[in-house]
Design a binder for this molecule. Structure first.
Ligand code: BGN
Length: 322
């Protein structure tokens, strides 16, 4: 090879490398690599799949039923300053973080269950925003914060089982399993249960408003209490970050249910920033054998010690050792 040829080849290699890097860059930056084409329910489908169910005291109210068509139809962007700054009209909220509209009869009673430990700043942001957000939906809700009050690794799924047990004792027919660091962005993502368990946060900013994989079932989920019971809740065995939501998804499939999602314009969420949790090194192994334990590990094997239950003005605080 003479010098001229060498120069030429070198330039070709350069171009090839440049092209390759450009493609890698585009691949990483654009969301095509995500599972963008998940199945979702469109606006017209939403009212057909919602399950109207309320607690006894609400059902006894002598009021016209609330209408939800405007909230879902408008689907306004709600992540605004005045919703984030302070709890508006806080006199409307009952002790324990409960609310129901006074001028119409709510059609949905939901328990919002939030597993928690040492995230005070986020909790403040969550409670302020969520009480403003949820009341505009005119549903009946109560926020249950389940705090892991021990030094063991964080067990998100077990805290959900505990919260679900207490919510069911309080007669709630619908459970919303909610991470404290996630906030919904649009008014129409109705905090209510659908026939099928629903993944509510399929358009999360952290994942560039898309799903990293189609079976993702973490973050915020709405599930009827009855279904949660049928699938034996979540596993109690996942200590530390990751895998418990995948296990939950498998439990749902194992009982012949499938999940649903609303279209992305309803399912937008923002994630509050925080340091990453310690991953559970054992999660892969637990997941591969999880199906063998669905019927023996869950609500029916749940043990815990409730240290205290505090009725705060914005939430019901359940402190547990697990
Ligand atoms: C997945 C995690 C989920 C988590 C999502 C989104 C696992 C299991 C690996 C065998 N699953 O990777 O728990 O919700 O990422 O962050 O780690």
């Amino acid at each position: 090879m003479n010098f001229k040829n060498f120069r030429k080849n070198y330039r070709i290699a350069d171009y090839a490398m440049f092209g390759l890097c450009t493609w890698i860059f585009i691949y990483c930056m654009l969301p095509w690599r995500f599972a963008s084409h998940y199945d979702f329910l469109t606006e017209e489908d939403i009212f057909e799949v919602l399950v109207e169910q309320v607690t006894n005291n609400i059902s006894l109210q002598q009021l016209p039923e609330c209408d939800y068509s405007a909230i879902v139809g408008e689907n306004a962007y709600t992540y605004l300053k005045h919703y984030q700054e302070k709890v508006l009209r806080n006199e409307e909220i009952l002790p324990g973080g409960e609310y129901y509209p006074r001028d119409c009869k709510a059609r949905f009673s939901v328990a919002i269950i939030v597993p928690y430990r040492q995230r005070e700043e986020q909790l403040h942001i969550f409670l302020t925003y969520m009480h403003n957000y949820l009341r505009q939906q005119r549903i009946h809700y109560r926020i249950f914060l389940v705090e892991q009050n021990d030094q063991l690794p964080f067990n998100r799924a077990k805290l959900f089982n505990i919260g679900a047990t207490i919510a069911v004792q309080n007669e709630f027919p619908c459970l919303i399993l909610h991470d404290v660091d996630l906030l919904p962005l649009n008014s129409g993502n109705l905090y209510a249960c659908t026939e099928k368990p629903r993944h509510m946060c399929s358009a999360l900013d952290k994942f560039r408003f898309n799903l990293p994989y189609t079976s993702l079932f973490g973050g915020v989920v709405a599930i009827r209490s009855e279904v949660y019971n049928i699938i034996n809740g979540m596993s109690n065995l996942y200590q530390g970050w990751g895998g418990e939501d995948d296990d939950f998804y498998e439990r749902i499939l194992a009982k012949q249910y499938s999940i649903c999602r609303f279209e992305p314009k309803y399912s937008g969420y923002t994630m509050l920033r925080h340091k990453p949790e310690t991953p559970n090194q054992n999660r892969g192994q637990l997941l591969t054998t999880s199906h063998l334990r669905f019927h023996i590990d869950g609500l029916n094997s749940l043990t815990f010690k409730e240290n205290e239950r505090r009725i705060h003005s914005l939430f019901t605080h359940i402190l547990v050792e697990i």
